[in-house]
Write a protein that binds this ligand. Structure first.
Ligand code: FE2
Length: 377
């Protein structure tokens, strides 16, 4: 396999103009917020911390906020067919509508991005309640996804105005922070969105994988990884590449009916314990053929601290590079449509994305695609 190209592009002239601090939250539009909440709570070990709905005066939609470590997910479903949220759900099924980003100043972020060609979703605004002032602005990115800029420095409530605190007990699985959020875009559009993140958002390109890196006998994809100034926010962008059969990215685009968030990688400090708990909770993961584990000691055996037999038993994947190694595993889709899924990742020095696992992983994915009747063009 060819080496991934590391091309660290410079920032735009003004540098990291957004001064992004971190991802604030991901907001999913779903068909049934109560049941989605239960999935993230009992399946993934998130703690429900806030609620908005009829009981809090919200006549439009039901919404729950859940947290695990620094990860914050919001799941919302409309009460009726007339809201924008309902149309979104009818088209896309459950999926990520908002990737919210914490910034110091939402007005600066909005001006900096819209003046560089970003399309405004809403101008800077303030919402207030007894907990303080919550400031946001927003722009469009790929598909129907929004980047909402959030400043919660003057807000002390559980999430945002309109939400009341919830205090549910939760058993954490150790999911600690979002490592990266991957977008799938149409054939030929990857460079457009790479440029968007570079020019509009001030990101630089960290890595590039072409179809020689990411192809099996059948299907292929291309990917470029964009990261922000402090390196805490990473957004890989995938597009399908020509192959003998249908690319996994095309399957996504066919079922999501357009570009959208493909997977969310969440970091843990102890992947063995996290995956063991997730599996006990009923979460299902892809499993690569056993031959992968026969070759593992030779590939990575001398540097990894975790016992190889446990890694094999749990179906965890390992990759190494000059800087260290990483452990990762991928869930089956987290809704009916074969669209979004979750990656669990633990890094030991490596800043890569598991290139050494692509082939085995994509062959496992294609097997699932075939079972769904979606591998043939
Ligand atoms: Fe990933």
């Amino acid at each position: 396999m060819a080496q991934a190209t590391t091309e660290t592009r410079p920032m735009t002239e003004e540098g990291d103009h957004l001064q992004i601090q971190a991802i604030d939250h991901l907001h999913f539009y779903v068909g049934n917020a109560k049941q989605s909440m239960y999935w993230w709570w009992k399946g993934f070990g998130f703690k429900p911390v806030a609620y908005s709905g009829l009981e809090t005066g919200n006549r439009q939609f039901a919404s729950y906020v859940l947290e695990s470590g620094k990860v914050r997910f919001v799941v919302s479903a409309p009460y009726g067919p007339s809201q924008e949220m309902a149309g979104h759900h009818m088209t896309h099924g459950d999926g990520v509508k908002v990737i919210a980003i914490q910034v110091k100043d939402v007005e600066d972020a909005w001006k900096a991005t819209t003046s560089r060609g970003g399309q405004s979703a809403w101008a800077p605004r303030e919402e207030k309640d007894e907990f303080g002032v919550y400031r946001t602005s927003a722009i469009h990115t790929y598909g129907e996804v929004l980047h909402v800029f959030v400043d919660r420095s003057d807000y002390k409530g559980p999430f945002a105005p309109g939400y009341q605190p919830l205090d549910y007990e939760a058993e954490s699985t150790g999911l600690a922070a979002i490592d990266h959020v991957v977008g799938n875009v149409q054939l030929g559009k990857m460079d457009y969105w790479v440029n968007f993140y570079h020019r509009v958002m001030g990101f630089r390109q960290l890595l590039h994988f072409d179809d020689k890196d990411i192809s099996t006998e059948y299907s292929a994809l291309m990917s470029k990884v964009m990261e922000n100034g402090n390196g805490r926010v990473k957004f890989p962008i995938n597009e399908p590449a020509e192959g003998k059969k249908k690319s996994q990215i095309e399957e996504y685009l066919d079922y999501y009916l357009g570009p959208g968030v493909q997977h969310i990688a969440i970091a843990t400090g102890d992947i063995l314990s996290t995956v063991r708990q997730l599996k006990a909770n009923g979460i299902e993961f892809l499993r690569v053929p056993d031959a992968y584990y026969d070759l593992l000691p030779e590939r990575v055996g001398d540097i990894i601290k975790e016992p190889l037999d446990e890694i094999n038993e749990l179906g965890i994947l390992v990759d190494r590079d000059d800087e260290g190694y990483l452990l990762q595993i991928f869930s089956r889709p987290v809704q009916d449509r074969p669209t979004s899924f979750i990656e669990v990742i633990q890094r030991h020095g490596s800043r890569g994305f598991g290139k050494g696992n692509f082939k085995a992983l994509f062959e496992a994915l294609e097997l699932e695609q075939e079972r769904r009747g979606n591998l043939d063009n």
